[in-house]
Design a protein around this ligand. Structure first.
Ligand code: F6P
Length: 360
């Protein structure tokens, strides 16, 4: 009989409840008990730590496809990684987490997080001494190295597709273009996938340099007088500040192209979990529980070429491009980006979509 902890950390996304439900179900079949840690690492900082016993009753099976996280991901102001790092108190914060985890007496912890949380787990691994740490990657940004998919990504793409489908109806009525700004931080995967899915007229991502004159020419030569220009939030234009979609919109307006901006914002992290995300959640939950059974620790579940497996957190960290963590002073984050040989870039170009000039 094992005692397992689960926590969801970082930005939420759809699919978190599905993966939690699959883990709880898998634990019940193994006769293991499961404790949910609420508010991510914030919930471990407070004394006593915020936990909830997870059973079939806590997370109703029929509701496990809903977005958000039943456990919550935390944002408790003065009691989180970010604020502790800002106050120069990261080591005190880490010691508190370690103490709380040891008080909970867990055999294993399943941490469901994005590249920031996974990088922190690797960098501050001593927090998890004495238990097995198994991580599951989730994020709408799909910027986690070594895995072909992260939980929440496909649902975010679907949310953008549904949003753009509706915009196209009004765009056509007024002969105008919509500049749609997607999330994704400095990774273009979300904009690229959604852009190809809706056959956008242009897709601008941080990984590829673009030229506004070429974009304007491309739109003017379109056979339609309406459509979507998909812009990732991570792009920038020299000499411009403000939101990327507004910058592009101003350039189009200057060139006489009627347009409006649209910001789908947090609906990208919401929406009923799509089937492929539920399959991924099931695969990752199964892989994580098997990893615990076989004694693994400091590992992350991945999907590689159709196969579910685990990789070590140190391999994950080494595989990405390491950048300063935007929120945690002194910490580094390992990131994946859209690579120049990404097949969707070639497909987009063949579809006549403007994707920029040259790879950065
Ligand atoms: O990393 C996920 C993400 O949704 C990014 O795409 C976005 O830039 C960011 O989180 C928004 O974060 P917050 O919830 O802090 O506004």
């Amino acid at each position: 009989m094992k005692k397992i902890g689960i926590m969801t950390t970082g930005g939420d996304c759809s699919g978190l409840n599905t993966v939690v439900q699959r883990i709880v179900d898998g634990c019940a079949r193994r006769k293991w008990s499961v404790l949910g840690i609420q508010d991510g690492t914030d919930g471990l900082y407070v004394n006593p730590s915020k936990t909830i016993k997870l059973t079939d009753e806590t997370l109703q099976f029929a509701q496990s496809h809903l977005a958000g996280s039943i456990l919550a991901n935390g944002n408790a102001g003065n009691t989180n990684f970010e604020s502790s790092a800002r106050a120069g108190k990261l080591s005190t914060f880490n010691k508190r987490l370690k103490k709380s985890l040891s008080d909970l007496n867990l055999d294993a912890l399943i941490l469901i997080g994005g590249n920031g949380s996974l990088s922190l787990a690797h960098l501050y691994r001593e927090i998890y001494t004495g238990l097995q740490l198994v991580c599951i990657p989730k994020t709408i940004d799909m910027d986690v190295p070594l895995t072909d998919k992260t939980i929440g990504f496909d649902t975010a793409v679907q949310q953008l597709v549904s949003y753009c489908d509706q915009l196209l109806m009004t765009a056509r009525s007024h002969h105008r273009w919509f500049v749609v700004q997607t999330m994704g931080r400095d990774c273009g995967n979300l904009a690229l996938h959604a852009g190809v899915a809706i056959a956008a007229d242009a897709i601008l991502i941080p990984e590829i340099k673009f030229d506004t004159d070429a974009l304007v020419k491309h739109i003017k030569q379109s056979k339609r007088d309406y459509g979507i220009i998909m812009v990732s939030e991570g792009i920038s234009i020299r000499g411009h500040s403000g939101k990327p979609a507004d910058m592009i919109s101003r350039e189009l307006t200057k060139a006489g192209i009627a347009n409006r901006t649209a910001f789908p914002e947090y609906i990208q992290r919401a929406g009923d979990t799509v089937a492929t995300d539920r399959i991924l959640a099931s695969g990752f939950a199964d892989t994580a529980l098997n990893a615990i059974e076989s004694g693994e620790t400091y590992v992350m579940t991945v999907l590689q070429n159709g196969a579910y497996k685990t990789v070590s957190l140190s391999d994950f960290f080494a595989a990405g491009k390491q950048q300063k963590d935007p929120n945690i002073i002194g910490a580094m984050t390992s990131n994946a980006y859209v690579e120049p040989d990404n097949i969707l870039l070639h497909i987009a170009a063949d579809m006549g979509i403007y994707i920029g000039e040259k790879k950065k």
